[in-house]
Design a protein around this ligand. Structure first.
Ligand code: PEP
Ligand code: CO
Length: 442
């Protein structure tokens, strides 16, 4: 148990990226109400996920984490949840088969509603307004009223998380046909896309009636009934604080807003309130590692967040950019390895690879995303460590937000279905292509 920790001890530390509410009294009342609600997830589920991540740390399984950059109140539907879940299952099947290892499925789902921003203000046509900070905080519309933080949004976010979690549990537990359904989706993909490579078609043909496929994706084993675990950035600390519950059996505290919570690259500095908060909960947690994180700083953070060297507790999510990963990752990996820390390494190839089109639209070239994934595998191979997973901003919908890939999405195409609330996501086809590319790599 963490010493001198309470759910609100983060309040004595420096908290960056938190909204300032105009009506403190209303905020306090909302937080009081949230703190009386039942948990969204149970401590036992968080412990199960931690055990699974411990197997990843040993090189025996692989993490596929993915979902929206920011979940949206407006675009919430059963279809959008089902589509993203399906895409995760497809990726799971391809990667598990190619690796001969189970996949741990982690959705950026059911709680990814608060966003850190590089700038407090956003400017458009000479008008400057507070930045959008996620649907839990304010509205994306570019008006003064919309950008005002409103406490009621926390209740709506909580309700949407509960409904999403209910759908996830239902879809992933509904019967024996989920793998067959996933498999039919894969067959359709490789047969209907002219650009699908022969190696992908070959892989799907091989999977078709393979017992190993069924085994590796958990079809006949323990993993079969696994849910898709949920994850989000634990950014909104007042909200996260209200969701802490003690597990009476174990005497441990859990953040019950999601199974896996991570600390973003902008809030993982030493002395951060976000580090203090996550130090005391027993969930498996993630830490984003960007180019300005020095190895000694990371080691000190690990001493705080994981004093017991517990396998499965820490996942390091590296996000450098295609042209920086081979420079920065080796020193981090060798420092962590030298300390004997049993961490999981996963690659976020999204956040370091943003570009802008000629008319100012944010996008990410698929080729750069893929290059960072390749760099990630190469560095771990060279260091003798295990490349344990990927973390993608993606959707199961047919969007056009990232350029490139085999479908050759162009800047012009971005005008068609650019639907994201925040950062550009891989489309269903691009996410699947990424899974096949990883299959080719391993
Ligand atoms: C994110 O994952 O949405 C994010 C903001 O990432 P990072 O903290 O790595 O910039
Ligand atoms: Co993002």
């Amino acid at each position: 148990m963490a010493t001198d920790w309470t759910p609100d001890s983060w309040r004595d530390f420096e908290a960056r990226q938190l909204p300032t509410y105009p009506d403190q009294d209303k905020l306090d009342k909302t937080l009081d109400q949230l703190s009386t609600f039942p948990p969204l997830i149970l401590g036992s589920e968080a412990r199960l996920l931690k055990e699974k991540l411990a197997t990843v740390a040993k090189g025996e399984a692989f993490v596929v984490q993915g979902g929206d950059c920011a979940e949206s109140f407006r675009d919430f539907s059963a279809e959008s949840v089902r589509a993203t879940l399906s895409a995760l299952l497809w990726m799971n099947a391809v990667i598990a088969y190619a690796m001969g290892k189970p996949v741990v499925r982690l959705g950026r789902l059911a709680g990814q509603f608060a966003k850190p921003r590089s700038s407090d203000m956003e400017e458009k046509n000479g008008i400057s307004l507070p930045s959008y900070r996620g649907d839990n905080v304010n509205d994306i519309a570019f008006t003064e009223e919309a950008r005002l933080p409103s406490p009621e949004r926390l209740l709506q976010g909580h309700t949407q998380a509960a409904i999403t979690l209910n759908l996830i549990r239902a879809y992933t537990q509904a019967g024996d046909d989920k793998w067959e359904y996933a498999f039919n989706g894969l067959k359709d993909f490789v047969h209907s896309r002219p650009w699908a490579q022969d190696s992908w078609r070959g892989l799907v043909a091989e999977m078709e009636d393979s017992f190993r496929f069924a085994q590796s994706c958990g079809g006949f084993g323990d993993g079969y009934a696994d849910p898709c675990f949920t994850s989000h950035e634990a950014l909104h600390l007042p909200y996260e604080e209200t969701m802490v519950r003690s597990d009476c059996d174990y005497g441990l505290d859990y953040a019950t807003s999601g199974h896996f919570l991570w600390i973003g690259d902008r809030t993982r500095f030493e002395g951060s309130a976000h580090v203090e908060f996550l130090r005391g909960v027993d969930n498996p947690i993630g830490l984003k590692c960007g180019p300005n994180l020095k190895p000694d700083e990371l080691l000190r953070l690990l001493d705080i967040l994981d004093p017991a060297y517990e396998a499965g507790r820490i996942t390091l999510i590296t996000r450098y950019g295609h042209d920086k990963i081979e420079k920065h990752l080796p020193e981090l990996v060798s420092a962590v390895k030298a300390e004997g820390r049993p961490v999981v390494w996963i690659c976020d190839p999204m956040h370091g690879n943003g570009t802008q089109t000629s008319d100012g639209q944010k996008t990410r070239p698929f080729e750069r995303i893929l290059a960072e994934v390749k760099g990630f595998f190469a560095v771990h191979e060279a260091e003798g460590t295990y490349a344990g997973g990927i973390h993608l901003e993606m959707t199961g919908l047919d969007v056009t937000e990232c350029i490139g890939g085999s479908a050759a999405i162009t800047e012009e195409d971005l005008k068609r279905r650019y639907l994201t609330q925040c950062d550009p996501r891989l489309s269903r086809d691009q996410a699947l292509e990424m899974a096949f590319q990883i299959a080719d790599l391993v």
